[in-house]
Design a protein around this ligand. Structure first.
Ligand SMILES: [Zn+2]
Length: 210
């Protein structure tokens, strides 16, 4: 008797992570995969955090205007509350802007995978400071497949792996403000040389100089 013929046995699903800087087409790739699953007659459910008010509040949208209906949820607990009563109905679960969810998204993704679901998550791998952006690095570690996309450097045209913050905000999460961020290559990325930070550096220099 093979393992898969045991009553109640569910063969594992898979976890796919789509990552990279802003403007690298992560949402577009997520939408592409979810639409392909729908064409294959799979039931798809998609989630996004409610702090993203860039476009439609109930759809995920890429910068290139592709959209797909999505449930807007405040956190992983709410995602779970919406998803689990309907879990038998859906085979593919999409999550956009995964970096804005708390670390329990990792355990939830593993749980869904063990229940046989295909989980596809898109999110930023690094912050504007160039540091790992939880929980995406952890999701990458437990994934079956990781796709790391690059954008195009807005300074020189080279492949870009970084998100450059242009404004003075120190907030980790600044959403949807066109013109506040641009993609940069490693050579052009200047995480600490924005207006606000450079003032701080100058002040520190004065103190040290005395
Ligand atoms: Zn560059």
């Amino acid at each position: 008797m093979s393992q898969t013929s045991f009553p109640g046995y569910v063969s594992p699903g898979r976890i796919e992570v789509i990552t990279g800087p802003m403007f690298s087409g992560k949402s577009e790739e997520l939408i592409r995969r979810l639409k392909r699953a729908e064409i294959a007659k799979r039931k798809v459910m998609c989630f996004k955090p409610d702090l993203d008010a860039r476009y439609h509040r109930t759809a995920i949208a890429s910068h290139s205007a592709q959209t797909l209906n999505a449930h807007t949820v405040a956190n992983v607990g709410e995602l779970r509350a919406v998803l689990f009563p309907l879990l038998d109905t859906f085979e593919v679960i999409g999550v956009d802007e995964a970096q804005f969810f708390d670390p329990s998204l990792v355990a939830l993704s593993l749980e869904l995978m063990h229940l046989g679901k295909r989980v596809i998550l898109a999110g930023l791998d690094t912050t504007f400071a160039g540091e790992p952006f939880p929980p995406v690095p952890e999701l990458m570690a437990v994934a079956d497949e990781v796709v790391k996309l690059s954008a195009v450097c807005m300074q020189c045209g080279a492949p870009a792996v970084h998100t450059q913050r242009l404004g003075a905000s120190q907030a980790l999460v600044v959403v949807g403000a066109a013109g506040l961020y641009e993609a940069r290559c490693r050579a052009c990325f200047k995480p600490y040389l924005d207006e606000h930070a450079s003032e701080q550096l100058e002040m520190q220099g004065l103190v040290i100089g005395r």
